[in-house]
Design a protein around this ligand. Structure first.
Ligand code: SAM
Ligand code: SF4
Length: 327
């Protein structure tokens, strides 16, 4: 089997699939206030086309697939897409990142369709702050989504928190307590300058500082498995199964260990979140190419994967915002 290896020797085994770039929130750190110009439905890959890309990727060594967006659960029939992808030979890990608003409605059927893991994104435990950042007053809906994911038996349920100075730095310890009480696996993410004007260097809280704030709530010790297979620096809390992880794309960038490739909702392979390179895979898929016939497109993406991003120096090159690239 030909493996996807880039020119720097990195093996690519993880495909993040953006299912839609529409969203039911307007998180200021992710999207422009006006949202993303809507794509015509015919410009989006169909579920069968997404499954064809995933199947080709799996035949070149992709084993892990994550559905993201925009808000993936907004796409009608998202559960059917999960069912299709769960059946693709070689896909050993199928996960979803969601803002949680529609999760209470769909958690049980997603589990039954073959979804293995869920990450919920939530950056504040205060309803008023949530409304100010996301434009929605349905903070409770996200909490209900988290509870539904736990009740449906997803293990782990991860909680993604983007740490933003002046917004949630005073909630870091509260999040640690919340995760411990609920049995959630918490991940703090440094705020990245991708495609929006809300980012400023002063709003980034480097991991070192987030970790010190987290340790006000609990003693953190390095996790037994270290960060094997995970870009997060993982910690455990003694006496709890919950973990706390720190993802540091800026202060300790992990490009050397990057194993990711992205597929945009409109059918482009993106070898790096921050770079402007994209390779059209929709046209070849619509011409009927499948499996090995898509090898040239995947290998072109490998050729264009940069050694590293330079986001720590300011805005990413990519003209797309996070909601378009899939976070
Ligand atoms: N709508 C879903 C959600 O919010 O989970 C999936 C898409 S969202 C773009 C994926 C992830 O990217 C979320 O965890 C979100 O918090 C994160 N994200 C968005 N903008 C970000 C930024 N500027 N820096 C760091 N993470 C960001
Ligand atoms: Fe939507 Fe997720 Fe971006 Fe928030 S972070 S605007 S929920 S895509």
């Amino acid at each position: 089997m030909p493996m996807l290896t880039d020119q720097f020797g990195r093996k690519i085994t993880y495909l993040r699939v953006s299912v839609t770039d529409r969203c039911n929130l307007r998180c200021r750190y992710c999207m422009p206030a006006a949202g993303v110009p809507p794509k015509r439905h015919e410009d989006l890959l169909t579920f069968e086309e997404i499954a064809a890309v995933v199947a080709a990727g799996a035949s070149f060594g992709i084993t892990k697939v994550r559905l993201t967006g925009g808000e993936p659960l907004l796409r009608r029939g998202a559960v059917d897409l999960v069912r299709l992808l769960a059946a693709v030979p070689g896909v050993a890990d199928l996960a979803l990142t969601t803002n949680g608003l529609l999760l209470a409605r769909h958690a049980a059927e997603l589990k039954a369709a073959g979804l293995m893991r869920v990450n919920v994104s939530l950056d504040t435990l205060r309803a008023d702050r949530f409304a100010a950042m996301t434009g929605s007053d349905d903070w409770r809906g996200v909490m209900a989504g988290i509870d539904a994911a736990l009740a449906a038996g997803f293990a782990p349920v991860k909680l993604n928190v983007v740490a933003i100075r002046g917004y949630n730095d005073d909630e870091v310890a509260d999040f640690v307590r919340f995760a411990r009480d609920k049995g959630l696996h918490l991940r703090f993410i440094e705020f990245m300058p991708v495609g929006n004007s809300f980012w400023e260097p002063g709003k980034v809280i480097p991991t070192k500082e987030v970790r010190a704030l987290a340790e006000r709530a609990a003693a953190l010790v390095p996790a037994q498995n270290g960060n094997a297979g995970d870009v997060a620096e993982l910690c455990q809390m003694p006496g709890s199964a919950a973990t706390v992880g720190f993802i540091s794309p800026l202060s300790a960038k992990f490009c050397r260990r990057c194993n990711r490739l992205r597929l945009t909702a409109d059918g482009f392979l993106k070898p790096c979140l921050a770079c402007k390179n994209e390779i059209d895979i929709k046209v070849p898929v619509r011409r009927g190419l499948r499996g090995d016939e898509l090898k040239r497109v995947f290998f072109e993406a490998m050729r264009l994967k940069p050694r590293a991003h330079s986001m720590e120096e300011g805005a990413a090159e990519s003209p797309r915002c996070m909601a378009e690239v899939g976070g």
